[in-house]
Design a protein around this ligand. Structure first.
Ligand SMILES: Cc1cc2nc3c(=O)[nH]c(=O)nc-3n(C[C@H](O)[C@H](O)[C@H](O)COP(=O)(O)OP(=O)(O)OC[C@H]3O[C@@H](n4cnc5c(N)ncnc54)[C@H](O)[C@@H]3O)c2cc1C
Length: 398
């Protein structure tokens, strides 16, 4: 077993770290405070080549493997969760899904500009009244000749108000919708500018305030059959396979957040003195630091294993889920303890840790809530769930 990183993986991690420090570290606090998404991040992250990570070079990507993608997410989230979210939805949920399920024509049309970063993409499953319960979505696509006509509303969608392309999950079979049969769902590629499509930003979020989260309204949006991703009725499988990649980037990002909390806590604990000595010498403070250090190592191993499985072309739904479950729980705990170590100052925006704390909460909700991942893990352990082979699988890195 070899735990060392390749030269390529180290280079990608450095590229992401330098990008985040150069382009975001100085301004992200203000973006968070004003809840303002800085659109120039998209241009800059594209120019840095990060939007093409893990996409083969023949589709204008960088051709790096999936561990490199995880390392980039860790470095981006070290600075702010909103930077990693861009990677999660554009690369994880959308581009890798197109790579897995798209036809050659669809890859040339949508994946190539996404990998170049000239177009930004996202993935829309959640609705105002359905998140965890996917069969509860109401968006439907009516077949009309060679077209589909989409109607519905998507909510809580990352980059909704700035993306150019969207993968949208919708019912195509009303009888199966009534029966809550997942095989009545299909996925569609919808483009900004199509008649009947409008988007809006959501304000008042607890965290990821420097990122864009929004809604998408679809009012009789007519799209050609060529925009359907996968087969009619394959939408649920596609969405779940998309989540395998999105959740992976969230898991990898969570270790960046833990490391950011650890570094901030170590620095503060060595500086502040109480009762005649630095608080770093008080055992209860040390305990919090020890937990952050241990959780960082353990959670990193979990997502690295999932990344290795992806590189091997092997199914990794269970391993990705457990990496996301533990990584996000540990990040929330690390951020809470980082605030604790900073005392009252940690409770204010003077230090970054309060932002880390607010950002950490979101990942306990999106890409499968904490409870949904616990249910998944229990079902695997109880033998109630096994993963069957899919028609299309994420290709090995080229
Ligand atoms: C910042 C942010 C970004 C997001 N980005 C995207 C995106 O890009 N695309 C997208 O499609 N969605 C996105 N989402 C939506 C996210 O995926 C959903 O919020 C998530 O799936 C949970 O759904 P919900 O909010 O409707 O909660 P619900 O499903 O209504 O759940 C409410 C609570 O009940 C619990 N619960 C539900 N069912 C069960 C059960 N069976 N057993 C035990 N507990 C249960 C949940 O864990 C949760 O605690 C985003 C959300 C946020 C906050």
């Amino acid at each position: 077993m070899d735990f060392s990183f390749t030269e390529d993986q180290v280079l990608v991690a450095r590229l992401a770290r330098e990008f985040a420090n150069r382009e975001a570290a100085a301004t992200i606090k203000e973006c968070d405070e004003t809840a303002c998404f800085d659109r120039t991040f998209l241009t800059k992250i594209a120019e840095a080549g990060l939007l093409g990570l893990s996409i083969p070079q023949r589709y204008s990507g960088t051709g790096n493997d999936y561990v490199a993608l995880g390392l980039a997410c860790e470095e981006l989230e070290y600075v702010d969760t909103s930077l990693r979210v861009i990677m999660s939805v554009h690369v994880g949920l959308n581009s890798l899904t197109l790579l897995t399920w798209g036809t050659e024509e669809q890859k040339q049309r949508w994946l190539v500009p996404q990998a170049r970063g000239t177009k930004v993409a996202t993935f829309a499953m959640t609705e105002p009244s359905a998140g965890s319960d996917v069969a509860g979505i109401q968006t439907h696509a009516r077949k009309d000749g060679n077209d589909y006509v989409l109607t519905g509303e998507k909510m809580w969608i990352s980059l909704a108000d700035v993306a150019d392309h969207f993968i949208i999950l919708a019912w195509t079979d009303p009888a199966k919708q009534q029966a809550r049969d997942h095989t009545g769902l299909s996925c569609f590629i919808v483009e900004r500018g199509m008649s009947g499509l409008t988007t809006a930003s959501i304000h008042g979020k607890l965290g990821v305030r420097a990122g864009n989260t929004g809604s998408i309204a679809l009012d009789e949006v007519r799209i050609p059959e060529a925009n359907r991703l996968g087969l009619d009725g394959e939408g649920f499988k596609i969405a779940m396979s998309a989540l395998d990649q999105g959740r992976y980037t969230v898991a990898a990002g969570s270790t960046g957040l833990i490391r950011a909390c650890l570094d901030a806590s170590v620095e503060y604990a060595q500086t502040l003195t109480t009762f005649g000595k630095p608080i770093a010498e008080h055992q209860l403070v040390k305990e919090m630091i020890a937990e952050m250090a241990g959780d960082y190592e353990a959670c990193r191993l979990l997502w690295l294993k999932a990344g290795w499985l992806k590189n091997e072309g092997r199914r990794n739904t269970r391993e990705t889920s457990v990496a996301k479950l533990y990584g996000c729980a540990a990040a929330e705990k690390a951020a809470s303890n980082a605030v604790q170590i900073h005392g009252a100052y940690g409770f204010s925006s003077e230090y970054n840790v309060e932002r880390f704390y607010r950002n950490a909460k979101g990942a306990q909700i999106y890409e499968g809530s904490r409870e949904i991942h616990k249910l998944l893990q229990a079902d695997y352990a109880l033998g109630l769930r096994t993963d069957k082979p899919l028609r299309c699988t994420l290709p090995k890195p080229e």
